[in-house]
Design a binder for this molecule. Structure first.
Ligand code: GLC
Ligand code: CA
Length: 521
């Protein structure tokens, strides 16, 4: 019999969500690229961990300039990832195993290969002419504003056919959709209905703070007075020279999108909308509050533990307090220490906390227990359950991430956390693929932590995490309320209480002994 004590909360308020990066999970047809069938074949492994949901990064039709975050058709599957039959089989098996399935929708921009953009760029008066942000040049021919792209360079590119610029907050091949146009919003709602009808339980909504609605009049961003070109790799990109929230990002009209998609979600049972949001400096929490007001998204994905260079214990405390102060008593936030955009937590936190390599697995388990013990949901990234570290030696000619390629060698980009999962040490490419070559190299060092080998090892992080997740489900303080007391503890400790009517649990995370302890008080 299950000893799961959860009752009143919605599933997503306490969910542990396992993120799969489809290109790197499991290849089923020997082309060196992970695919949907591959994921389906590994669902028992995911379910065995005891997580509640799987979130799959984009697998839609796409030229893969930004590895799926540049969508050419929101309602089609990229052939290299499989077919609708493969997707239906995946979702059916996930549900049979008790896993919810979330997918990643990218509402802010699409690929320049999408028919919407192909049509829009032809002239100033075609039926899709107003589906993107087309703006005349300044009298001297230059771009309408000083806005920069996240991936380096200007956020404007020139279209000779229209003699106008179009806006892209990421790559030039990712034009921003014009959400001031109701037809665009409606098209996105059709996308949401399409996937809900196919049975998905929720969406991770990509970069919703970068949706552009009513931009006009287009105004320059002010300079960021705190910007310094420092030794840190992310400062290689000039994006942070400007403050964006006044004009370019987090425009109030974005909320028309959140409200519309919530209305769609509410016509189905128990679906979940989690928005990836950010803001200038410390504003991310305020932005999250705006996005999660009544009638908008259910929750937002909190970036504060994802700091590129890792966080000190004090930094973690501040990040957690800042978010929890705003959301205590709710499940409207999701914490994560790793994803497909930043170096893995095992790598950056190890360096940041000066923990020795020998203690790396203990640190990883501690970080996992910490984030899962916080209020709200948690997103863990494939490989965190194995305490995988990044590899740092991907040669330039094997790099794939356009952002990394732009700033190499000063900045390694995001390939280091996207290398293929390894399953069995004794298999070719660690069991990821039988191809001679895989899209990114398999990390040699990961072979010692191959997933199925670790399942067999009782002391592995996989098994300890599974044990922790099972235990957590029996704790009313973790499952029946999203209430936390203030954070305390010495310089290398994080201590707080989780509180429900039935139980108060003192949770203590010690970064000297690298142990977590839980005590009912
Ligand atoms: C999000 C994704 C990232 C992508 C970007 C543009 O931040 O996580 O991988 O490059 O949006 O879509
Ligand atoms: Ca494949």
């Amino acid at each position: 019999m299950s000893n799961d004590v959860s009752k009143d909360l919605k599933w997503w308020e306490t969910a542990t969500i396992y993120q799969v990066y489809p290109r790197s999970y499991q290849d089923s047809n020997d082309d060196g690229i992970g695919d949907l069938k591959g994921i389906t074949s590994r669902l028992e492994y995911i379910a065995g961990l005891g997580v509640d949901a799987v979130w799959i990064s984009p697998f839609f039709k796409s030229p893969q300039k930004d590895f799926g975050y540049d969508v050419a058709d929101y309602c089609d599957i990229n052939p290299e990832y499989g077919t609708f039959a493969d997707f239906d089989a995946l979702i059916a098996k996930a549900h049979a195993l008790g896993l919810r399935l979330m997918i990643d929708i990218v509402p802010a921009h699409c690929s320049d290969q999408h028919v919407w953009f192909q049509e829009s760029r032809q002239s100033r008066d075609n039926p899709k002419a107003d589906w993107f942000h087309w703006v005349d040049p300044k009298p001297d021919g230059s771009a309408p504003t000083n806005w920069l792209s996240f991936f380096g360079g200007r956020a404007w590119s020139w279209e000779p056919r229209r003699q106008q610029y179009y806006l892209h907050n990421f790559l030039p091949s990712q034009p921003n959709l014009n959400h001031a146009n109701e037809a665009v919003r409606e098209a996105m709602m059709d996308v949401a209905r399409f996937w809900f009808d196919r049975g998905v339980d929720g969406f991770r909504l990509d970069a919703v703070h970068t949706i552009n609605g009513d931009c006009a009049p287009f105004e320059d961003n002010p300079v960021n007075p705190d910007f310094e070109v420092g030794p840190l790799p992310q400062d290689q990109q000039p994006f942070f020279r400007q403050l964006h929230d006044a004009a370019q990002l987090n425009q109030p009209s974005i909320q028309k999108f959140s409200e519309a998609i919530r209305q769609v979600a509410d016509t189905y049972d128990d679906r979940f909308l989690m928005g990836e949001v950010d803001g200038d400096n410390d504003d991310a929490v305020k932005v999250s509050q705006t996005f999660t007001q009544a009638g908008r998204l259910h929750a937002t994905y909190n970036f504060d533990l994802l700091e590129w260079d890792g966080l000190t214990v004090d930094g973690m405390k501040q990040a957690i307090s800042h978010a929890v102060d705003a959301f205590n008593g709710t499940g409207r936030l999701s914490f994560a220490f790793s994803n497909h955009d930043v170096p893995r937590s095992a790598t950056r936190q190890l360096a940041r906390l000066s923990v020795s390599e020998a203690d790396q697995q203990a640190l990883q388990l501690l970080l996992l227990k910490l984030e899962i013990s916080l209020i709200g949901s948690t997103c863990i990234y494939q490989g965190e359950e194995l305490a995988l570290q990044d590899i740092d030696d991907i040669p330039l000619d094997r790099m794939q991430d356009p952002w990394g390629i732009e700033f190499a060698p000063a900045f390694a980009g995001r390939d280091t956390c996207r290398t293929p999962m390894v399953w069995e040490k004794a298999q070719p490419n660690g069991g990821f693929s039988n191809a001679n070559d895989t899209w990114l190299p398999v990390a040699e060092r990961h072979l010692e932590r191959a997933a199925l080998d670790e399942v067999k090892r009782p002391e592995s992080i996989y098994n300890k995490l599974a044990e922790f997740l099972r235990w957590r489900k029996s704790q009313p303080a973790m499952m029946q309320a999203n209430q936390m007391g203030p954070i305390s503890g010495g310089p290398r400790e994080i201590i707080f209480e989780r509180i429900s009517e039935a139980q108060t649990l003192r949770c203590c995370f010690d970064f000297d002994t690298l142990t977590a302890s839980f005590e009912e008080i």
